[in-house]
Design a protein around this ligand. Structure first.
Ligand code: GLA
Length: 424
């Protein structure tokens, strides 16, 4: 796994140092022996809810995320604390850790990611005998916000455990492992978007992930125009939830699969694990009248989103941020209309963001049932836009806005590199 010196503005040297001091107090070691995993949050500007159907999605990592300071525990024990949340996680493992072994009541809920990471490594056949003592830092209030804080935590623990056990795994293998935490251990039927974005992205580039072939490419804008003239703006709704406890996500995955099965039967290609990406666009056009109700809508979202992704990649290459943004807003519309995610506050927030000067386009981030909206915005407008959005949202949702006024009503981010272990 990539290790590098910390050279970007995030994380600051000062923050990294504070975390090392905390780990040395927890583990009774020298702070010079502490390593720090940098695991960024992610956005998916185009490709909403098509990863689990084997679609092609786009992603970017952000210059905000999770930091995990750690040292090998030397024995099969994990002890983790958070700098934002009470409680700690402490458990021993052997090669029998099962998925029933979820966090104990005394443990913080995020302990499940540590247990899940051990579970995933053992299930995939890795012999691990050493745990970690560590301290996790992230932005408070961003759990369930739609920027994949959970995958960022999962990836950070995997990388730390691998380092402690002398395992040098490539990003593709870590994508499988983190997916196993979410799918097998936590029971969420999501795709590989989140982990891939966190493990593969490059600053200033669009990460294009083919979720069926499990291949990716990094798309740099072709022209010389400085793409850092844009920012990624996140506007938070104040609605939070844990994705895996919400059955709406898994329900829609089943509806997509049902649609895929109907279409595949119509063209005479039955399959045991139907995915909408198994159906060609022409086949969809020819047989879509056989789909009814929710299945018809989910399929319409899938095929129209695939088209938006295709056009979006071209627009990104050509540095055409206006077209790219317009596609993002269209994706937001299809998420509401066809995928039927979002809810009143999220839709109000999305409309406010889309109508703000300087915004190229916006959509729900993450699953979209709660959390935040993501926008691509002209950098010159970003500060004023943040103030405008915060004010307008306060007018339409005063109670929810109050819940986030001391956290992050709006965050302005840059794109960043994938997760790595920081050596300095
Ligand atoms: C969540 C899931 C992802 C993806 C998005 C929607 O973030 O974890 O796998 O499906 O929702 O695009």
């Amino acid at each position: 796994m990539t290790t590098t010196s910390c050279s970007f503005e995030w994380p600051s040297e000062c923050l990294v140092d504070e975390i090392k001091v905390d780990v040395s107090a927890l583990a009774g070691c020298s702070k010079n022996d502490v390593l720090v995993v940098v695991s960024p949050y992610r956005v998916c500007p185009l490709g909403a809810h098509i990863d689990h159907q084997g679609g092609v999605v786009t992603a970017m990592a952000l210059n905000k995320g999770v930091l995990l300071g750690f040292i090998s525990s030397g024995v099969n024990e994990i002890l983790l604390k958070s700098r934002q949340f009470d409680g700690r996680v402490r458990f021993r493992f052997d090669d029998e850790l099962t998925k029933e072994s979820t966090a104990t009541v005394e443990e913080a809920a995020w302990g499940n990611y540590a247990r899940g990471a051990v579970y995933a490594l053992i299930k995939r056949g890795y012999r691990i005998s050493k745990g970690i003592y560590g301290v996790i830092d992230g932005l408070k209030g961003l759990q369930g916000a739609g920027i994949s804080s959970s995958a960022a935590v999962g990836v950070s623990i995997l990388l730390a455990l691998e380092h402690a056990n002398g395992l040098n795994l490539n990003p593709e293998e870590n994508i499988h492992l983190d997916r196993s935490i979410e799918n097998d251990f936590l029971g969420l039927k999501n795709g590989i978007l989140d982990q891939s974005a966190i493990l593969l992205s490059r600053r200033g580039c669009l990460t294009v992930i083919n979720c069926k072939e499990e291949k990716h490419k990094i798309v740099r804008p072709r022209s010389d125009i400085d793409t850092r003239g844009y920012k990624v703006l996140l506007a938070f709704s104040g609605l939070r939830h844990a994705l895996s406890s919400n059955s709406s996500y898994n329900l829609r995955v089943s509806e997509c699969q049902e649609a895929a099965l109907t279409l595949l039967r119509a063209v005479g290609r039955d399959t045991r694990q139907p995915l909408l990406s198994d159906v060609h666009m022409e086949e969809y056009q020819a047989f879509k009248t056989q789909l009814k109700g929710a299945c018809a809508k989910r399929a319409e979202h899938f095929f129209s989103e695939c088209e938006r992704v295709r056009k979006g990649i071209k627009a990104w290459e050509e540095c055409d941020l206006k077209s790219f943004g317009r596609l993002m807003s269209e994706s937001g519309g299809s998420s509401i209309e066809n995928y039927e995610c979002g809810c009143e506050p999220m839709i109000q927030l999305l409309e406010i963001v889309q109508g703000t000067p300087g915004v190229f386009g916006a959509r729900f981030s993450g699953a979209g049932f709660r959390g935040c909206c993501v926008a691509l915005i002209d950098a010159c407008f970003a500060e004023a836009a943040a103030k405008h959005i915060e004010l307008r949202y306060k007018q339409v949702q005063p109670l929810l806005a109050k819940q986030i006024e001391n956290a992050f009503p709006v965050l302005i981010c840059d794109t960043a590199d994938h997760a790595y272990i920081c050596l300095s």
